[in-house]
Design a binder for this molecule. Sequence first.
Ligand SMILES: Cc1cc2nc3c(=O)[nH]c(=O)nc-3n(C[C@H](O)[C@H](O)[C@H](O)COP(=O)(O)O)c2cc1C
Length: 176
Amino acid sequence: MFIDLLRKRRSIRSFDQRQIEVEKIELLTEALLRAPASKGRHPWEFVLVTDPEIMSLLSSAKAKGGAFLAQAPLSIVICADPAISDVWIEDCAVAATFIQLAAEDLGLGSCWSQIRRRQHQSGTPATTVLRHILQLPDNLEVASIVGIGYPVASIAAHPHNALPMHKIHKNVYQGQ
Ligand SMILES: Cc1cc2nc3c(=O)[nH]c(=O)nc-3n(C[C@H](O)[C@H](O)[C@H](O)COP(=O)(O)O)c2cc1C
């Protein structure tokens, strides 16, 4: 059941060096393109990176929280053209979620690296750094990068009793 997939999903930042099979990359690509987007406008563009040299540059595009990408056999850079949709950020987030859940379903691990509103260690926006590395056109903004690969080790699921049930409100908001 789909809930079982959600129950075991964790962010994976350590990957073994086994390459991801071409068939699985094709399925991941399909999952990206099946993500819903507001008004069906599909403002996104996805750059699939497998080149280790480019991967290394991706891992340092922002000052903190992206180092794990250096070891990922596959990274998906999620970009969009804000002129196509005023809700491109949401559209990109949905696509990132789809790819992470598809990866989990295929026995792969993944983690999100936030790019929008993040800076390189020089203070330059991480998007500007990535625009240069990936030869992105000026109309594209980068939302995030999802690193994917076979996990070195599994991470324990969040137990049911650790879920923040107080975030759920019935009919009207109920104070803490
Ligand atoms: C919008 C968003 C941005 C995130 N950015 C990063 C990031 O830049 N680097 C990172 O290592 N993890 C990042 N994560 C992963 C979270 O840190 C992780 O989902 C959270 O700590 C919960 O852990 P879990 O996914 O294992 O349940 C991000 C997750 C989301 C949803």
